[in-house]
Design a protein around this ligand. Structure first.
Ligand SMILES: Cc1cc2nc3c(=O)[nH]c(=O)nc-3n(C[C@H](O)[C@H](O)[C@H](O)COP(=O)(O)OP(=O)(O)OC[C@H]3O[C@@H](n4cnc5c(N)ncnc54)[C@H](O)[C@@H]3O)c2cc1C
Length: 287
């Protein structure tokens, strides 16, 4: 099913994001975790595209597993990194031939060793160009794009970043999925500003349950997400106690999700980090 149909048919669109594991053991474990999470009836499961195209084939293989073995709709993430326009078109054709009907269209991060993003020769510079390309060559695809409630790290301001988000939406995106955040007010302000700009497609908050404080600290240092001081203090105090960190993280995510649902969000996109335990507890609490 395509993204636009999913949002038409469902009042609340739950989605789960995974990344392709690097080992057979990882594949087996992920399948087990997904079998647990499909019980919560996610509308789709999305699979990331590794930095620099490193998971080119595995992303598509996982989409096939999601749609075949797990009988769920898949969304393949796809970036412009390191590919010419022809190579992008070729991958898209492979995705379509493999049954993929939804793409998360992204620019991608600068490649290792590069300070700033550089388009490949004959390639694309921004996600809006990828959205246009997909609409041109596979017009019926469902297309998701990334949104940044606290602005993208490279953007000089949220206003500039929002103007760029609008170009992605105008190019034909069906829904916006946000970067993770821990302060709901930042998301709600972002949603209001999208509304003012005339962005009328669903804006879905991205939630990453905290299960390991050190890992989350590394992630937020890269994306510049605000972290509540009180939450940080509690997690710091539990830094030698993995079980307490997990509990604190799940409790925070539950309160975030409950408040977002009360604020009328069209769905929640969970960054599950290939695990089911935290998402399971959150989903049991909020459904
Ligand atoms: C939901 C989600 C899923 C993700 N999945 C992946 C993944 O699977 N693989 C991966 O490698 N990365 C992934 N990312 C990370 C993403 O690739 C990075 O955040 C990347 O740095 C920006 O990608 P983008 O699509 O937002 O780029 P863009 O929308 O192109 O924006 C990048 C920067 O350029 C600016 N900009 C945008 N358009 C223009 C324009 N036309 N002219 C000038 N400036 C412009 C923006 O303001 C922003 O600062 C994901 C992010 C999110 C939120």
């Amino acid at each position: 099913m395509r993204l636009s149909q999913i949002f038409q048919q469902r009042k609340f669109v739950l989605s789960i994001e995974i990344f392709p594991p690097k080992t057979v053991e990882g594949d087996i474990a992920l399948k087990r975790h997904l079998e647990t999470l499909v019980q919560f009836d996610p509308a789709f499961i999305s699979c990331t595209y590794g930095a620099g195209g490193s998971t080119r084939d595995r992303t598509l293989q996982w989409c096939k597993t999601i749609q075949g073995e797990l009988t769920r709709t898949a969304m393949a993430h796809f970036t412009c990194v390191g590919s010419s326009r022809e190579e992008l078109e070729q991958w898209l054709s492979e995705a379509v031939a493999g049954g993929v009907r939804n793409i998360m269209a992204l620019r991608g991060d600068p490649q290792h060793g590069q300070a700033a993003f550089q388009a490949a020769e004959g390639g694309l510079s921004h996600a809006n160009e990828l959205v246009s390309l997909i609409r041109e060559v596979h017009s019926g695809m469902g297309i998701g794009v990334a949104g940044y409630p606290e602005k993208h790290v490279e953007a000089p301001s949220l206003d500039v970043d929002l103007a760029h988000l609008k170009t992605k939406v105008d190019a034909g995106a069906d829904a916006v999925f946000t970067q993770l955040f821990f302060v709901n007010d930042n998301f709600l302000r972002f949603r209001d500003r999208c509304e003012t700009l005339g962005i009328r497609i669903p804006i879905v908050p991205g939630i990453m349950p905290i299960t390991d404080f050190a890992r989350i600290q590394r992630i937020i240092s890269m994306c510049g997400t605000q972290f509540p001081a009180e939450l940080s203090r509690r997690l710091e105090a539990a830094k030698d106690d993995a079980a307490s960190q997990f509990e604190i993280g799940v409790e925070h995510a539950i309160s975030q999700c409950e408040a977002l649902k009360a604020a009328g969000v069209p769905g929640i996109h969970f960054y599950a980090l290939n695990k089911s335990d935290a998402c399971q507890k959150i989903l049991e609490a909020i459904q």
